[in-house]
Design a protein around this ligand. Structure first.
Ligand code: ADP
Ligand code: TYD
Length: 205
C-alpha cells in the first residue's frame, strides 16, 4: 500500500498520559481504512525488557548508566527484530515509547538528554511523527495508581515531574506536543489528522 518503507508513529509521555489509549484508537481508525498497522511497545516483552521489569521491582537496583544500557539493548533488539521488519513490509508502526522516553527518564536520573539522543539516533530509525502527551505528574499518577502500585520505583511523583520537564524541552522535525488533559477523542482526532496529512505527503513525495 505504501510506496516507500513504512511509517513510524511514536507516542510519548509520562506514565498515565494516555499513550496506550491513543495507540489503540489510532490503530483502530487506520485499520478501518485498510492500512496495515502494527502496535509495538518499549520496554518490550523480550529478554531485555523482561530484565528491565524485574529490576524495576527492586528499588535502586540499577545505577543510571546500567539502566540506560538495558533500555538501549532492548531497543536494539526491538529495531532489528520488530521495527525494521515491519517498516520494510510497508506497515504503519505505532510505537508506545521510544528513545524520547530514554532522554526523559534516564535524563531525569542525571544523564545528558542530548547525549542519549545521539546514542539512539546512531542506530534507531527516525520516526515520521512523534506525539508527546503532556500532563502534570500528579494527574498521570492518579490515573494509573490503582493498577500499578507495583511499579512504584518508576512512578514517584517528583521523578515524573523531572521527566515531564525534559519531555517539554524536546524539539525536532515532526515532534508535536499535545495537552493530554483533553478528552481521549479530541487527542485522537488531532493525532489522526496529523498522521493522515504526513502519510499523504510521504506517499506523494
Ligand atoms: P499510558 O499508556 O500513557 O500509561 P493509558 O493509555 O494506559 O496511559 O491511560 C492511563 C489511564 O488513563 C487509563 O485508565 C485510561 O483510560 C485513562 N485515560 C487515557 N487518556 C485519557 C484522557 N484523555 N482523559 C482521561 N483519562 C484518560
Ligand atoms: P511502561 O510503558 O510503563 O511499561 P509497562 O506498562 O509495560 O510496565 O514502561 C515502564 C517504565 O520504563 C516507565 O516508567 C518508563 C520507563 N522507561 C525508561 O525509563 N526508559 C526508556 O527508555 C523507556 C522506553 C521506558
Amino acid at each position: 500500500m505504501l510506496q516507500r518503507p513504512g511509517f513510524l508513529v511514536v507516542l510519548e509521555g509520562i506514565d498515565g498520559s494516555g499513550k496506550s489509549t491513543q495507540a489503540r484508537l489510532l490503530a483502530w481508525k487506520l485499520k478501518k481504512m485498510g492500512w496495515p498497522v502494527v502496535i509495538l511497545r518499549e520496554p518490550t516483552r523480550g529478554k531485555w525488557g523482561r530484565k528491565i521489569r524485574a529490576k524495576a521491582k527492586v528499588e535502586k537496583a540499577l545505577n543510571p548508566q546500567e539502566e540506560l544500557e538495558l533500555f538501549l539493548r532492548d531497543r536494539q533488539d526491538n529495531v532489528k527484530r520488530s521495527i525494521e521488519p515491519a517498516l520494510n513490509q510497508n506497515k504503519i508502526v505505532i510505537l508506545d515509547r521510544y528513545y524520547f522516553s530514554t532522554m526523559a527518564y534516564q535524563g531525569a536520573r542525571g544523564i545528558e538528554p542530548d547525549f542519549i539522543r545521539r546514542q539512539n539516533e546512531a542506530f534507531a530509525p527516525r520516526p515520521d511523527a512523534v506525539f508527546i502527551l503532556h500532563l502534570p505528574a500528579r494527574e498521570g499518577l492518579a490515573r494509573i495508581l490503582h493498577r500499578r502500585q507495583k511499579d512504584i520505583l518508576f512512578e514517584q511523583e517528583r521523578y515524573l515531574e523531572k521527566v515531564e520537564e525534559i519531555f517539554k524541552r524536546i524539539r525536532g522535525r515532526h515532534i508535536y506536543h499535545l495537552d493530554a488533559t483533553q478528552s481521549k477523542e479530541k487527542i485522537n482526532e488531532i493525532i489522526f489528522r496529523r498522521v493522515m496529512s504526513l502519510l499523504r505527503k510521504k506517499l506523494s513525495g
